[in-house]
Design a protein around this ligand. Structure first.
Ligand SMILES: [Mn+2]
Length: 330
């Protein structure tokens, strides 16, 4: 079943109308879907006249500062307590990924709502609505706002467009449906500036990101009879260019794009004394479930896009993942 829920759009609409105050947040290291969904839902609640706090454990990434309302995103401070009756977590598969500082800041909330599209979602919170058939949480938010008859302002529509566009690889990935394109059409009718939004999303990267890509391509390995393409980022290189967390967003698509490659794998040494390795996997075939591979290492995600954190060193992590991929292929 792709839909798991203990609520309905009409109950959620009633909650939005009846709630006194709200906080909206998404996973740490937020991407376009995380921030776009946070802002779209939060702005819609604000338009209902509700007090809304917009939070993210890591704050607003620089590459998403063009989103309307992005200045509203707060990075919670340690020890800060935020007053909100209802907390809505969007695009976040488990409570831990909301971040320890954000969770502590919202400790006094009465009701927790979990709106998401990760099939690995643990169903945390008092109320959950998890549709793993949706290609982006932004698509769920669109349907929810429509069902609740909350107006689609150009600001809300722009956030939803970026949320859906970034999580679907510009409306290309497997989970993209006719409904996704119908939503895109509705967002254009709602008054977004399409060309400008796309340029801000896809053609406004810092040079640093392209330098990172050049380096990663030099570390590229093609293994498993051409079916796996991978690269690895050491902490030393990341530090040498003062890499920002969002710099690597989407770069893995360069590996996916190679003819014959079924799985793209990216390894990154994380900061910190324990030198954990972040693994990102992307699959080009629903027959090859990278979510299951990442689950073997304590991670999760979607069938076609998943991640995990492994113990280092880098070369050990690579060989364990290569072995797991080998076993899945055979
Ligand atoms: Mn998402």
């Amino acid at each position: 079943m792709s839909l798991r829920t203990n609520t309905s759009f009409s109950d959620l609409a009633a909650l939005f109308h009846g709630g006194a105050s709200f906080a909206v947040l998404a996973h740490y290291r937020p991407d376009g879907d995380a921030i776009g969904s946070t802002l779209a839902l939060g702005l819609a609640l604000q338009n209902l006249g509700k007090p809304v706090r917009f939070l993210n454990e890591d704050g607003l990434p620089a590459n998403l500062a063009f989103l309307p309302g992005s200045h509203l995103i707060e990075k919670p401070a340690p020890g800060q307590l935020i007053d909100a009756e209802i907390v809505i977590a969007v695009d976040c598969a488990n409570r831990e990924r909301l971040g320890p500082t954000a969770l502590a800041a919202l400790a006094n909330a009465k009701t927790w709502v979990n709106l998401d599209h990760h099939y690995s979602n643990e169903g945390y919170g008092d109320i959950h609505f998890i549709n793993s058939a949706a290609p982006a949480t932004g698509e769920i938010i669109y349907d929810l706002l429509a069902a609740a008859q909350l107006p689609l302002t150009p600001e809300i529509a722009s956030n939803l467009y970026v949320a859906i566009s970034t999580d679907t690889g510009s409306f290309q990935y497997q989970s993209t449906t006719a409904h996704t394109y119908e939503i895109a059409a509705a967002l254009i009718r709602a008054g977004i500036d399409l060309a400008k939004l796309c340029q801000e999303t896809y053609e406004s990267y810092p040079l640093r990101r392209v330098e990172l890509l050049r380096h990663l391509l030099n570390t590229m390995q093609i293994t498993h009879d051409g079916r796996v393409a991978s690269w690895a980022l050491t902490r030393d290189f990341a530090d040498s260019i003062a890499m920002q967390p969002d710099d690597s967003e989407g770069l893995i698509d360069h590996l996916r794009s190679i003819q014959g490659v079924l799985v793209a794998a990216s390894f990154e040494e994380l900061p910190g004394p324990d030198r954990k390795i972040r693994l990102s996997l992307r699959s080009k075939s629903p027959a090859f479930d990278v979510g299951a591979v990442c689950a073997q290492f304590g991670g999760g995600g979607h069938r076609l896009a998943a991640g995990a954190r492994l113990t280092g060193p880098l070369s050990d992590a690579q060989s364990r993942v290569f072995q797991a991929l080998h076993e899945t292929f055979s």
